[in-house]
Design a protein around this ligand. Structure first.
Ligand code: S3P
Length: 185
């Protein structure tokens, strides 16, 4: 297996769990939104503001394609996708053709909302699609059936990042890197 792709709604913990997995497995961690920002030379929120969501989706698809093409030769990696990436059919096709495992990080919509709210209050992430609770819930319900197409579903509700990462490693049958074996969590 060359890569594990983390999918799920905003606030699912894709980046924090991805970082923890990268450390535990000694695999490279990549956040696809950061690749988009590097390629486009502007922040995700700025792309939405200046060019609209359709342009963001185009940039997201191009970045995904580039990342998958690098898997053939590069190091093994954990990739966190943005919440809308696995909803686009073309992206799902690309990912499936790449033969990578996909992990859906799941949680109830109330908890996802609270996590995003906390991050917004701390000004950690500016999310263009995080607005009203009603809109958030509608989008979550429309997207959840797409996320369920992932290879595995991992519950995250009420769990720490370390717990979730450990459970993903066990579900995928991956080994912690040698240096980390026996270390306390
Ligand atoms: C989006 C989620 C964001 C980012 C962009 C669009 C979405 O990523 O890709 O704002 O459509 O849900 P996170 O899921 O990491 O917040």
């Amino acid at each position: 297996m060359r890569a594990v792709v983390l999918i799920g709604f905003m606030g699912a913990g894709k980046s924090s769990v991805g970082r923890a997995l990268g450390e535990q497995l000694a695999w490279t961690f990549e956040d696809l939104d950061e690749r988009i920002e590097r390629r486009e030379r502007r922040k995700v929120a700025q792309i939405f503001r200046d060019s609209g969501e359709a342009e963001f989706r185009r940039a997201e698809h191009a970045a995904l394609k580039e990342m998958l093409s690098e898997l053939r030769t590069g190091t093994e990696r954990i990739v966190a996708l943005g919440g809308g990436a696995f909803v686009e059919e073309e992206n799902v096709r690309l990912i499936e053709a790449g033969g990578v495992s996909t992990v859906f990080l799941d949680a109830g919509v109330e908890e996802l909302w609270q996590r995003c709210r906390q991050q917004a209050l701390r000004q950690e992430i500016e999310r263009p699609l995080f607005s009203s609770m009603e809109g958030f819930r509608e989008l979550y319900e429309a997207r959840r059936p797409h996320y369920l197409k992932a290879s595995i579903r991992q519950e995250t509700g009420g769990k720490t990042v370390a717990e979730v990462a450990g459970e993903v490693i066990r579900s995928l049958g991956l080994n912690r890197s040698r240096g980390k074996q026996g270390e306390k969590q």
